[in-house]
Design a protein around this ligand. Structure first.
Ligand SMILES: Nc1ncnc2c1ncn2[C@@H]1O[C@H](COP(=O)(O)OP(=O)(O)OP(=O)(O)O)[C@@H](O)[C@H]1O
Ligand SMILES: [Mg+2]
Length: 234
């Protein structure tokens, strides 16, 4: 199998099945643009399983996604897309870089939620970008950005309700989208505790990668608990 791309959290393989790729979830955790790195045995499985669960719920709610099928513990098959080089971030509560950059109090609620775009470029440190600059740089058309916003906010309604049902507050998350050869936009990449912030609404305890970023506790225990609660909804 040909390795198409190896990133910080996943490896993409081309095994020759037309229009698809194999996505392998690694056990590595990285933070602060990969300055901090550690291996957690079983993290790849947990992220793959959580992501599968969320993509399945989102597909049922009408969001087109790249997920095709699970292959095994760490691997799934996805539809191959050209990734739109924008990270789409939705915030329900102030946290992370938003708190750092704007001095907002952590946990400040956003109603309606904030929709933000960041340029996917590690060398530039993934800077925030406006919709207008995204059109000007031909990263996406105006129609595509409008579509991303509709998808991102629909994802928010679905996932906010799902996590509330299992006693977790979805503070913020990052999505990636891509275009298929015929130009359809699909939700791609992963949605996992690596790419979301999930809090206990009372204690503010984290169940996401902040456990590792801020050395706040057992990353695997947090991720396992997220999967356990999601599976209990089936
Ligand atoms: N369906 C898909 N088709 C093609 N590429 C995809 C698809 N889904 C995700 N990707 C891309 O695969 C890569 C997954 O690797 P990983 O998440 O480890 O990357 P990363 O280290 O976060 O770096 P970056 O996202 O900046 O490339 C990402 O570049 C992501 O944009
Ligand atoms: Mg990634």
């Amino acid at each position: 199998m040909k390795i198409l791309y190896e990133g910080k959290a996943k490896i993409l393989f081309d095994d020759g099945v037309p229009g698809t790729l194999i996505q392998h979830f690694k056990d590595s955790a990285t933070a602060f643009n990969a300055e901090k790195k550690e291996e957690f045995e079983g993290k790849g499985f947990l992220n793959r399983a959580i992501s599968e669960h969320l993509f399945t719920v989102l597909a049922a709610a009408g969001i087109p996604t790249h997920f095709v099928e699970t292959i095994d513990g760490n691997r799934d098959r996805v539809r191959r897309v050209d990734i739109i080089p924008l990270e789409v971030v939705v915030r329900n509560r102030a946290a992370g870089s938003f708190v750092k950059r704007f001095g907002a109090p952590k946990n400040l609620p956003f109603v309606p939620p904030l929709f933000e775009l960041y340029l996917k470029d590690d060398a530039l440190g993934d800077p925030q970008i406006s919709p207008e600059a995204s059109f000007a740089l031909s990263l996406a058309t105006e129609e595509e950005i409008a579509q991303l916003k509709v998808f991102a906010l629909t994802v928010n309604e679905v996932l906010t309700a799902l996590f509330a049902k299992v006693g977790l507050l979805l503070a913020d998350y990052k999505l990636e989208f891509g275009r298929t050869a015929p130009g359809e936009i699909l939700l791609a990449d992963e949605i996992s505790p690596d790419t979301m912030r999930l809090w206990d609404p009372e204690t503010m305890e984290s169940f996401d990668k902040d456990l590792f970023r801020e050395d706040k506790g057992d990353l695997l225990a947090g991720y396992r608990e997220v999967l356990r609660r999601l599976e209990a909804t089936l």
